[in-house]
Design a protein around this ligand. Structure first.
Ligand code: BGC
Length: 393
């Protein structure tokens, strides 16, 4: 956090107004409460290498409350009301920094420079070959996952509180040096989290570079709408606004195909329980150990558009995901196990105890010239927006 920062004005709001994003007014309004919006900052602890981590508690005017830390921009807790008004923490995370360092570093985290996988940890750009850390090996095929060994998830960002009318937030910035985790160019990144009176968590990403480089920023929050450590998400109903997906090989790297989902267990164009077809005899499900794939969103305009919706019938919790991005990774926690402790004392998580909906460009795009480009060049500004809109039904 920057010293002496209070009530800072937000460059992000102005920037996004120019990007022509839709207003979020009205979204989730069925939940509005009469809370006084606020941002409270407290120490959260220290990283292994002694860096101080701050906790921001954002209380939204509509009743949603978020705890966020400047270590990886991680969402530590997110309380939303159920249909009777009872608020529960619906995200996976840990009560201290060590939990993230020792257990699951991507829980609730910002991801960069490149969300998801790059095959063999290498790509060629403008005739030059770059090599990235190999930190993942599904199906025995090595790749670079989520920005490398020390990605943006494992970095303490500069941070400052934001407020604009009755919307509150936190702004994160970092400067990733030329060559960081093998990526070319100095990349300056700004991410703003906003919590609106309509119970929308809006994320605004911006980046500039001094050399051409791939950029694919995302957020890796896991939700369980029954509540953290309240069993699996297999009974959650999912809709994906996507008629196509990108099939993968056994290393979870896209083959390059854009496949129609119609008639397959990947068709979520109408709401389906996540568990309904997860055991189907399907090679893609076998490769992923369940759902762990990129869907090609129907909207490819770069304007804010619906990407996904999730409904949990026992609590009534409902969420829509809107994004300017062309893709979304739906991951249903296939690698999660009951070895991971819950934030609640004496409890553990379980296999498929959370789901992630990561808005993004497609995995391995630097090696697929036919995919929408992830290359940011000097002079251009990377700008994307994603909104998680919370409500009940
Ligand atoms: C990927 C999974 C990976 C997980 C790690 C997701 O974005 O799709 O394959 O295991 O991140 O947390």
């Amino acid at each position: 956090m920057k010293k002496g920062m209070r009530g800072v004005t937000c460059a992000c709001v102005a920037a996004l107004a120019m990007a022509g994003c839709q207003s979020d007014k009205g979204a989730g309004d069925n939940m509005s409460g009469g809370n006084e919006p606020s941002v409270v900052v407290k120490p959260f602890g220290k990283t292994r290498d002694g860096k101080l981590v701050h906790l921001y508690t954002l209380t939204g005017a509509g009743g949603v409350v978020m705890d966020v830390i400047d270590y990886g921009g991680k969402v530590v807790r997110l309380y939303t009301p159920d249909r009777t008004g009872v608020k529960t923490d619906i995200t996976l995370g840990f009560n201290d920094v060590a939990g993230y360092e020792e257990q699951e570093k991507y829980f609730g985290s910002l991801i960069g420079r490149y969300g998801n996988r790059i095959a063999n940890g290498t790509f060629t750009l403008d005739g030059k070959r770059y090599t990235l850390p190999l930190n993942n090996e599904p199906g025995g095929l090595p790749c670079s996952l989520h920005g490398g060994d020390k990605g943006f998830d494992a970095t303490v960002w500069e941070s400052e509180p934001l407020s604009e009318g009755r919307t509150v937030g936190v702004k994160f910035t970092l400067s990733s040096p030329d060559g960081d985790q093998g990526y070319p160019g100095k990349l300056d990144v700004t991410v703003c989290y906003w919590l609106t009176p309509g119970n929308v968590w809006r994320i605004e990403y911006e980046a500039v570079t001094d050399k051409a480089t791939p950029v694919n920023l995302t957020q890796h929050v896991y939700f369980n709408f029954k509540g953290e450590a309240e069993g699996t998400i297999l009974d959650h109903e999912l809709t994906l606004f996507a008629d196509h997906m990108t099939p993968v090989n056994k290393g979870l790297i896209p083959t390059g195909q854009i496949a129609p989902v119609k008639g397959t267990p990947f068709d979520f164009t109408t709401p389906w329980e996540i568990g309904a077809r997860i055991k189907a005899d399907d090679e893609q499900l076998r490769f992923g150990g369940g759902y762990d794939h990129n869907w090609v969103l129907n909207s490819q305009t770069g304007r804010l558009a619906p990407a996904a919706a999730v409904f949990e019938k026992t609590t009534g919790r409902y969420m829509e995901v809107w994004t300017t991005e062309p893709g979304i990774q739906f991951y249903c926690g296939n690698f999660l196990t009951d070895k991971v402790p819950s934030k609640q004392a004496g409890k553990n998580l379980c296999h498929r105890g959370g789901l992630a909906l990561e808005t993004q460009h497609y995995p391995d795009s630097p090696n697929h010239p036919d995919f929408p480009s992830t290359i940011l060049r000097p002079g251009a500004v990377y700008k994307t927006v994603t909104e998680y809109r919370f409500g009940v039904k």
